[in-house]
Design a protein around this ligand. Structure first.
Ligand code: CTP
Length: 396
């Protein structure tokens, strides 16, 4: 994701400095070259040798050891991440103080800056820190966190540094410029919808939600404004996208009608229950002495069909999915036409390694002209990437 990208990681002296070791590893795994600059206090938390070994590059701590390094680093980097960002380094950044390697490098940097504050809750809420953070944000510095939770000294409140995985995602999003999806709204549906039978029972579809969540995550990393409309999923949704939780197909339809009005793209990965319970009960059905129970189902809304005019009016590029047990291409093409969608990713149902509940997927992407790509068996994250590459190609 970050091949060829250069990141400057500025570590200042907070307890959370140990988490920056993981952040460095994640950045390296993603392909970035990382230069680490540490403050004197940071070195009291984690040794420079650890960062040196993991970055494969010398760690800079002293302004005078390489007199021009502080000028060059910020010019060559695609992004500078300040993690953890203590109250002190934020204050220096806000006021243009350059009295050590870290603060001088940041003052000279003309790349985007991502600051991840971590400190005691009272230091964070102090009006001085708040004013500094506001000044930095007004100047375009991205501020991520701090998160609420238990702090090192046992106090509870905002002060924890964001998790390395979340910082990595934010960094990727900031550096992956040039995507046709950047700054555009994409609505993604994921997971099953449930049709209640009574307050404790439901009829639903098998679906982990993985495919839709992977699309939402990939779109977010491309800089899109992502709205994720998700039914009950077992997988934790990605942190970036705006999440709208729904349960029934009716609720999903209402959310879609709200969100599509200003959307550029819809990816309809939800496994919507086609049949809903005709007369759900408000009280729990007691087992009693009955030996069978009949539940009458009726057709629920077809969300793609019902949003067809809305999507056509707004010009929403739509990618649907089709789960088929037979004639995948033929059925996929029929859905393309009948539901008014631009592309359809066809899955084969009933196989353990693909489709609704699997971790991998094998899809054939079809448009009105025919097969666009017949993908091999891939992780759902990879399928999502490829699908969005095609979407980008169509909307750019
Ligand atoms: N879909 C929808 N509303 C439904 C059912 C499905 O919008 N009530 C969407 C799905 O999210 C998917 C596409 O339509 O993008 C195709 O879903 P699929 O379950 O394969 O098709 P169905 O419309 O349910 O048709 P069938 O059951 O006859 O295969």
């Amino acid at each position: 994701m970050l091949d060829g990208r250069r990141v400057l990681l500025v570590v200042s002296g907070g307890i959370a400095a140990y988490k920056s070791v993981t952040l460095l590893r994640r950045l390296r795994q993603a392909g970035a070259r990382v230069d680490v600059v540490m403050t004197d206090s940071a070195e009291k938390m984690v040794g420079a040798t650890t960062f040196e070994a993991l970055s494969g590059r010398p760690v800079l701590t002293d302004l005078w050891s390489e007199p021009l390094a502080h000028i060059e680093l910020g010019r060559e980097a695609d992004l500078a991440i300040i993690a953890p960002a203590t109250a002190n380094i934020l204050a220096k950044m806000a006021h243009g103080i350059a009295d050590d390697m870290a603060s001088s490098t940041l003052l000279a940097a003309d790349c985007p800056l991502l600051a991840c504050p971590a400190m005691n809750v009272r230091m964070w809420s102090h009006s001085a820190t708040q004013a500094n953070v506001q000044a930095l944000a007004d100047r375009g510095v991205r501020i991520m966190g701090p998160e609420e939770g238990e702090l090192a000294e046992g106090e509870v409140g905002p002060g924890r540094m964001s998790e390395p995985e979340d910082i990595l995602a934010a960094a990727v999003r900031l550096m992956r410029s040039g995507s046709a999806l950047a700054g555009r709204k994409i609505v993604v549906t994921a997971g099953p919808t449930l049709a209640p039978v009574d307050p404790v029972r439901f009829v639903g579809n098998r679906s982990s939600g993985r495919m839709g969540l992977a699309v939402a995550s990939s779109a977010w990393l491309r800089g899109a404004d992502v709205v994720l409309i998700a039914g009950p999923t077992t997988i934790v949704p990605p942190r970036g996208p705006q999440l709208i939780r729904v349960e029934t197909s009716r609720e999903m339809l209402e959310a879609l009608q709200q969100e599509l009005a200003d959307a550029a793209v819809l990816v309809m990965a939800a496994a919507v229950a086609d049949f809903v319970v005709a007369d759900p009960l408000e009280q729990k059905i007691k087992r009693g002495d009955r030996d069978h129970l009949e539940i009458r189902l009726e057709s629920g809304p077809d969300l793609l069909a019902e949003t067809r005019d809305l999507r056509a009016g707004v010009g929403v590029f739509t990618l649907g999915f089709a789960l088929e047990t037979e004639d995948p291409i033929g059925n996929g093409r029929r859905k393309l036409e009948s539901k008014g969608i631009d592309m359809v990713a066809v899955n084969e149902a009933g196989r353990a390694d693909r489709g609704a509940e699997a971790e991998t997927n094998q899809v054939v992407l079809i448009d009105a002209e025919g097969v666009v790509e017949n993908m091999p068996l891939l992780s759902k994250a990879e399928v999502a990437e490829r699908l969005l590459d095609h979407v980008e190609g169509r909307i750019s």
